[in-house]
Ligand binder design. Structure first.
Ligand SMILES: [Zn+2]
Length: 251
């Protein structure tokens, strides 16, 4: 979940909608019988026979892309939000040891999976942090899935006013990841820590600049997170694209 309010309209992807269609005439019906046993290198079709050709139809939103950069750009109105300086100072509000360890594992997961392109360091206080993890009791609306209300990231930003209407840069306040203990606490011991770790991993993705959500269930940045979610290659490819581009909004 993310506190930014942009709603994504993502077309549902369906492999069955990608179709290769045979255009033109049937080859079997018109293959010249007098030539069909000649070696391929000697075969030249008569001038009046069109070879059949295939055309791949790709509909918008159906392509099996290796990242979801376009969705992130949709969520940020084509602005790159990313950190310019590593390591990123993080403050974790004190809580029971298991919960704090789960947050630290989430931080380490991003460091390891990005081969240390992303680095975090503990901040001595919240004032010195660019990302703070806090714990709250926010309740759970009765009709909603619990993982949807497990955590969210508060990202407040403002566009720099300049002489041009197209001004694209701005500033971002230190970000806050708020974990809803009403989702974590009641879970059984085996599941609550992996769930907490993954909820925070997902929120750290937002905090690193992966705004919006991936349309693919297999990605950590899919809108729903559970104890089995994993950072995928698509998550990493998308982050890599963001961090190889000019930064518009330093986080
Ligand atoms: Zn989210």
């Amino acid at each position: 979940m993310s506190a930014e309010r942009n709603k994504l309209n993502v077309l549902a992807a369906s492999a069955s909608m990608v179709a290769a269609v045979l255009a033109g005439t049937s080859s079997a019906a018109q293959a010249p019988t007098q030539n069909q046993y000649l070696p391929l290198s000697n075969y030249l079709p008569p001038l009046d026979v069109q070879p059949p050709h295939f055309r791949r139809i790709e509909l918008d939103g159906v392509r099996n892309t290796s990242d979801f950069f376009d969705q992130v750009m949709l969520a940020t109105s084509n602005r790159i939000f990313r950190f310019n300086v590593m390591p990123i100072p993080v403050y974790i509000q004190p809580n029971q040891a298991g919960y704090v360890t789960a947050v630290k594992k989430a931080l380490e997961t991003w460091e390891n999976r990005t081969n240390s392109m992303i680095k975090f360091a503990p901040a001595a206080s919240q004032q010195q942090a660019r990302i703070t993890v806090i714990w709250s009791h926010l309740g759970i609306p009765p009709d909603r899935s619990v993982t949807e209300f497990g955590a969210h990231t508060i990202t407040e930003w403002k566009v720099k006013t300049g002489p041009f209407a197209s001004q694209k840069t701005g500033t971002v306040n230190p970000q806050i990841i708020e974990v809803n203990l009403d989702v974590i606490d009641p879970r059984d011991a085996d599941h609550k820590l992996p769930l907490l770790q993954n909820l925070v991993t997902h929120e750290l993705g937002h905090a690193l600049g992966l705004m919006g959500h991936s349309p693919e269930r297999g990605d950590m940045m899919f809108k729903d997170t559970d104890e089995y979610s994993r950072i995928s290659q698509r998550d990493l490819n998308t982050l890599q694209k963001i961090y190889s581009r000019k930064c518009d909004f330093p986080l």
